[in-house]
Design a protein around this ligand. Sequence first.
Ligand SMILES: Cc1ncc(C[n+]2csc(CCOP(=O)(O)OP(=O)(O)O)c2C)c(N)n1
Ligand SMILES: [Mg+2]
Length: 757
Amino acid sequence: MFATVPNPIPARMKGVNRAEICDVNFQEFVRQWRGQPLPTPAPDEPILDGSALDARGFYELFESQLISRHLDLMARVLRVQNKVFYTIGSSGHEGNAMVARLTRHTDPAFLHYRSGAFMAERFRKLPGMDPIMDSALSFAASAEDPASGGRHKVWGSKPLWVLPQTSTIASHLPKALGTAIAIETARRLGQPLPVPDDSIVICSFGDASANHATAQTAFNAASWTAYQKLPAPVLFVCEDNGIGISVKTPVGWIAESFRNRPDLDYFFADGLDLAAGYGDVQRAVEHCRRTRRPTFLHLRTNRIMGHAGTDFEIEWRSIEELCAVEAADPLLRSAAIALESGLMTAEQILALYEDIRARCFAAAEAADKRPRIETLEQVMAPLAPYTPDKVQAEATRAPAPEARIRAFGGEDRLPEKQAPRHLAIQINNALHDLMAKYPETLLFGEDVAQKGGVYTVTKGLYKAFGSRRVFNTLLDETMILGLAQGFANMGLLPIPEIQYLAYLHNAIDQIRGEACSLQFFSNGQYANPMVVRIAGLGYQRGFGGHFHNDNSVTALRDIPGLVVGCPSRGDDAAMMLRTLAALAKVDGRVSVFLEPIALYMTKDLYAPGDGQWLTTYPTPDQALVLGEERVYHADARDLVIFTFGNGVPMSLRAARQIEATHGWKVRVVDLRWLVPLNHAAIAKHAGECDRILVVDEGRFSAGIGEGVITAITEAGFGGKPLRRVVGADTYTPLAGAAFLVIPKDEDIIAAADALAQ
Ligand SMILES: Cc1ncc(C[n+]2csc(CCOP(=O)(O)OP(=O)(O)O)c2C)c(N)n1
Ligand SMILES: [Mg+2]
């Protein structure tokens, strides 16, 4: 048997650096070990009788554990010298190296922040890579950090398929599951996969994080998927150290909560003991790979050295408790295994320990001398790549004629040969075209398949392209967006639908924090291109109240890197969708296509039956230019109205009245692209016209109108007569009262009258 791990720390005073104690502790433990070593095992023999781990494997894992530990110790020392900018460590979690050893470097990994040992072990899978230097560059926020280029201390590697994650706990679980499902989807569609088609996805997180809604949504969706016998080869690794910052997880909670979940297969492994835990980790990994079922690996870990360098545990925990935690340091266990098995002597262990320490410090000092990010341009370079020529060429590249004929059901049914139609039909036609053009396109959301969506916008797509490409998801917006990220990670082109703008908000972090940040935090190495369709905005007659008429475009306005397009008419919608898809294909971008519900079926503009809001379908060689506005009455100069969405037909009607009343010629500018706003175009029109109206159907505070006025003011035209017509800062009530909170034609006319005063 092993020598029992002693509690070697005499109760020391407050204020002692616990990292130092753990460091000394390890060395004292090795020096003082007095057991009887067994005969040295051969490299391929079990490290100890009955262990699934051989001696070579143990040695490498131990080395990975030590690399991780010394990176932590180094960070604590160099943080105070301002050479390192992160001290959340992996100490106590080094057993996660087993997961890395037992999986492939092509198994996409979405990792917990305590994954130092996992990374060190994964680095072995490719020749010529140095985990210590790469990590040191990241700790130092160097511009040469291979994970994020110095934007974020994060575990990440392009060649090792470790996608960098944000600090938002649990936010990576939906996309990890999405990636697992995507592997199977791509395989079944015959689409090329960037990883082998028997890959599994690894997703690790802490015990406290397991309670988060975003985590629970992924567990549920994984079960929901497996329950239907659909593959979802994700290995959830819960690194259970029993605590989250300072809040203890109730003893036994993770096992109790996950042991008996339907269709989520539970495994436990002792992450504190390589010899004992390895076989159990192996069983979990093999189960996941073989059965393609979602698998939950409950990995026992321990957190030593506090949550981060700034966490002085001694101030809020008893010294006895701290000593007990430190005594259960898994590296003491590994040292005991190395000694007991006869694999290493105390001197060899201490020499290895010091050698790795020296390498970590040397790497950190070298990293400190490497360049850091110096300019704003450097910071932003990977945020929102845009290559206009390529995007335009791609957007106007027509699908193969046969594919179109198949999609539309005959040459004579091609949409450009039909009479002018309304917005919903033209969006539907454009979606048919996109799916014909890109066989990797998937369209999914709530009710989008057989029913064709709440407003029939996706009608017929299921029939034309089949259930593998057009499908209903479970009712969960977080998961819809998680799936989208997963599909994108595996090279597919997702077009998820959020049924109503009001229901984006409960899931918006998946766009705000996750999808839009991937290019930034991976320094452009990873992208998750997608076009998110969202039905929204107000003005539905007799339907809905607030939640079906939400106009909070503001929630999308400040998301870095996001593109938001909002068409007001069918031809623009079709051409805009082509541009957004091209932006995704060419530049990996994330965009929102905001569909004004009230205009879906609108046919008339000025008078009932005039059919002036119907448009012909643009041939597939036409697309919009990102940011380009549509101008009505371009030669008018007396008044310009800036608007979008429902504001466009309202402003056109109001313009007629205003022309009649004041004798002015009125220019109407449909912005079409809401994020980013085209400041130059706004300035141009504002400069050319004598008076300015901004018609914004959104809310008074922080809406698009504020951005337009800023653009006008910054261009030096703020002194011109200017009025804003905008919604109120309120929720939208039911029935006719809804129209009290949003602008009407008369409000625009009244604002113009005020300008004439
Ligand atoms: C959504 C979110 N809420 C709060 C935090 C702040 N926070 C960071 S780590 C953490 C505790 C996580 O504990 P656990 O999941 O057990 O992981 P551990 O640190 O113990 O490994 C908290 C509350 C966060 N990062 N994200
Ligand atoms: Mg924890």
